[in-house]
Design a protein around this ligand. Structure first.
Ligand SMILES: Cc1cc2nc3c(=O)[nH]c(=O)nc-3n(C[C@H](O)[C@H](O)[C@H](O)COP(=O)(O)O)c2cc1C
Ligand code: SF4
Length: 531
């Protein structure tokens, strides 16, 4: 990324976002045409190439064409539901082929049959289902971290700079680890950001929740927005920041409305210096990666940045920035109200507190469940989820970069970081998508590679080329023309070792899980046996 571009973005700051201007253009009747982009380049002093580079990155902007009215969800849970082709055909019949596109996941995995029409989400394959898309929620812990009472949030808003040492102390005691996937210790990140030098500091809430199968952040944003905002506010007091930015994915229009209302209420009641801002994404999975996300907020093409420096040292507009997940921030008000030590009494040795788990539509009782960390996965599946509506052979846990757990291996797994890692899986954000017994694992692998190839930011070649090449190899594979195991193994190793971020680097894990546990099913395309 050119230094000049970044400096230009920094001069503009949060007030003038190229991304939001592009979004307005894309939503107008004639879409984002060349004239509009040229004018925008003149106005912003970004080069026309930089404007096109940003615009062409996002699924929802699509420069050079009129806006699409409808998008059909092709996320993992919907895809395996088998309804999407019918929905697509029906929408094409109503709005023409040009008016209908695709979207990676609308976070309606507990219902399936999801699509977006004129900016509104629908599920169950029918418009009559639009009225109630609220997410079923159940807390399986005695003292939920996320109850609806706003008193804990309000008490965060009374924190002052003098409280900073105590906030750091309680966060350290809590051993809270980031809920966005990597499980990084939150207190350490807050401390790094506080210690970093900068003329200003930012708090950024990663509300991009792109993992198909995940909708727990959406639940928090829609049902408990004050807890998320209060957690961001407390973190801001701890690091000395005056701005909190929520990066919210375009696929969650309802969440945006609820968060906007909560922010308005905060601003009305708290006229101090601290301000919240919402930046809306425009359809891109990789924008959930924290450095791509920062580039996206700055209006730059959202490629992943090389680290170090880490965002806590030099993040948004080059300033120290704390980027954390929605659920991570939402834990903070409870921790400050009850004490970090109380939080640390919940969970396991290395995973404290509770975790929100998402169960998709294959479960008898789909929805979001709050469980103490370490809770048996089997109990979550059977006791909370009620088992499955149809036979299932595996669970995809933690999204496309998470693991694939055969049903025969869930015994002994707990909802915590270490038990998943020890067994060769990944808890990630703890979304659970059930893979039906009759869904071919070859198609599942093709879907994973296709998703990653479409969503790769293109910055590093192992991922840019490797995801595409992997998809092509799988598309071509058949019993008559089996995969070359040495080439495929080489490709996975190159992805794992050579990729700059966890999109390319994380893809081999689920692929290897599938090869290990479903080798029998895949044998014809792996060896040609039975051709
Ligand atoms: C391809 C990719 C997508 C990601 N998507 C998300 C996301 O949607 N939400 C999220 O919180 N973290 C996501 N992450 C992780 C973030 O980079 C980052 O680790 C996280 O926001 C830090 O917050 P935490 O410490 O609270 O977990 C993603 C990472 C990668 C590599
Ligand atoms: S691994 Fe993929 S998404 Fe990540 S930096 Fe490389 S090209 Fe971009």
């Amino acid at each position: 990324m050119s230094k000049n571009l970044r400096a230009l973005a920094a001069r503009k700051g949060l007030q003038s976002s190229l991304l939001s201007t592009l979004q307005l253009g894309a939503q107008s009747a004639d879409g984002l045409n060349i004239e509009k982009m040229r004018a925008l380049a003149e106005e912003t002093r970004f080069s026309p190439a930089a404007v096109l580079g940003t615009a062409s990155f996002y699924d929802f902007l699509e420069p050079g064409r009129v806006p699409r009215r409808a998008r059909v969800c092709n996320g993992t849970a919907c895809l395996m539901g088998g309804q999407q082709e019918g929905i697509h055909n029906q929408l094409v019949h109503q709005h023409g082929a040009d008016g209908v596109g695709e979207v990676a996941c609308l976070g309606l995995c507990y219902r399936g049959g999801a699509y977006q029409l004129d900016g509104q989400n629908f599920a169950g394959g029918s418009r009559t289902d639009a009225a109630d898309l609220s997410i079923p929620f159940h807390s399986a812990v005695e003292n939920s971290l996320f109850d609806a009472d706003t008193a804990e949030a309000e008490s965060c808003y009374r924190l002052t700079p003098g409280d900073a040492p105590n906030i750091h102390h309680e966060l350290r005691l809590s051993h809270l680890r980031g809920r966005g996937g990597a499980g990084f210790p939150f207190a350490r990140k807050v401390q790094l950001c506080e210690e970093a030098n900068g003329s200003t500091k930012y708090i950024v809430c990663n509300a991009d929740e792109g993992d198909p199968g995940a909708f727990s952040d959406r639940w928090l944003l829609e049902e408990r927005p004050q807890r998320v905002l209060a957690g961001m506010y407390a973190a801001a007091v701890a690091v000395g920041a005056h701005s909190g930015v929520l990066y919210l994915r375009a696929e969650y229009p309802e969440a945006a409305l609820r968060v906007e209302a909560a922010i308005d209420a905060f601003h009305a009641g708290h006229p101090g210096e601290f301000r919240f801002h919402i930046v809306r994404g425009a359809g891109s999975y990789v924008c959930g990666e924290e450095t791509a996300l920062l580039n996206s907020i700055e209006g730059l093409r959202p490629e992943v940045r090389v680290r170090p420096p880490y965002p806590a040292q030099a993040g948004l507009f080059g300033q120290p920035t704390l980027v954390s997940n929605v659920e991570t921030f939402a834990c903070v008000p409870w921790i400050l109200a009850h004490g970090g030590a109380a939080f640390a009494t919940l969970g396991t040795r290395e995973s404290k507190g509770t975790k929100l788990v998402c169960l998709d539509r294959r479960f008898q009782r789909p929805g979001v469940y709050e469980v103490e960390m370490g809770t048996s996965l089997e109990w979550v599946v059977q006791g909370l989820g009620g088992g499955f509506i149809k036979p299932v052979k595996a669970l995809q846990v933690g999204g496309p970069l998470g693991g694939v757990v055969p049903l025969s291996h869930i015994e002994g797994l707990g909802v915590d970081f270490e038990s998943f890692a020890d067994a060769g899986f990944l808890l990630g954000h703890a979304s659970v998508v059930a893979i039906p017994a009759d869904f071919p694992m070859l198609d599942f692998l093709r879907h994973l590679f296709h998703f990653c190839a479409e969503e790769s930011c293109g910055k590093c070649y192992p991922c840019r080329l490797g995801t595409r090449r992997g998809f092509e190899l799988l598309q071509a594979a058949s019993p008559a023309q089996p995969l070359d195991p040495a080439v495929f193994a080489d490709l996975l190793e190159t992805l794992e070792l050579g990729s700059l971020c966890a999109l390319g680097g994380g893809l081999p894990l689920p692929v290897r899980n599938v090869l290990e546990y479903f080798g029998d099913e895949l044998r014809p395309v792996l060896t040609g046996e039975g051709a």
